[in-house]
Design a protein. Sequence first.
Length: 314
Amino acid sequence: MTISRAVRGTLTGVAAALITVFPIAMTPATAAPIAIAHQAPIGVDFKLQAAPNARDIGGVTAQNGKIKAGLVFRADALNRLTDADLSTLTAAGITKVIDFRSPTESGANPDKPLPAGITGLKLPIYDPANDFYVFFGKLVQGGPDAQQAALGDGKGAQYMRDYYKWMITDATSRGQFGQALKEIATTSGGVLYHCTAGKDRTGLMTAFLMNILGTPQAQINSNFLLSNDRLAAGNKATLDALVAQGLVKDRTLFEPVLGVQQDFLDAALTQAVASYGSMNDFISKGLGVDAQTVKLLQDKLIEKGGISTGSFGS
């Protein structure tokens, strides 16, 4: 399948529009499956060959301790998982996978069938009137002039800031995030949640969860920005290929939307506080996560020991 044919076919939104379609943009060949015995892989040791942004969020500071490893995982799309990757999911103790992608997005690149004992749950977070999947697919097909008009002069970064604000102000979006948090609280075993690149919807979900657990903002920010490192090789390979094909002329136009910036997360959190008065009120009123669910999450996911540093946005 040539790149030009792929562009006419199953393009996805933002990173998806450029990443999941093109094999050249997948994980660098140096990545290899890890050997896992019976203990769940933790921290940087959790790797998926075909999902470079997959990671265990454990080990990060939380209230009076740290987040337990082996219980919550974030990732990019699982549509290209290898047999070794699927075995890794089982060995990690994951029992539920939550997919935040839109129906069109997941329909074009469905997750690989999950191993026995792992259930899948779709909680799509997208704007039916302005689906990233469709918007960026058309933009790539539209060519360099259309891309300049839509993304030039800082409009790409502003598009992303607006998207992050939308995830806060949209009631359906908030409901899906809230449901995901409830699933984590009540599921026996590990939970993995993902979107396509694992950076925007997945990144914001992780920020919400870490806030509930009392992670300091500096560490929330670091976890959010780590996606840039994880996706860098694939993003470069994709843009190289698109430029070579003449489909993209100015690669810098796509750089803001292929990665993450601190001001994207800041835009969301600022909107949350502006709309609800505080992050605590946003969690309870905006996401519909009650005090009992918060306690379940904290009891399940915090490994006691250490000094509490508090959370952001109080």
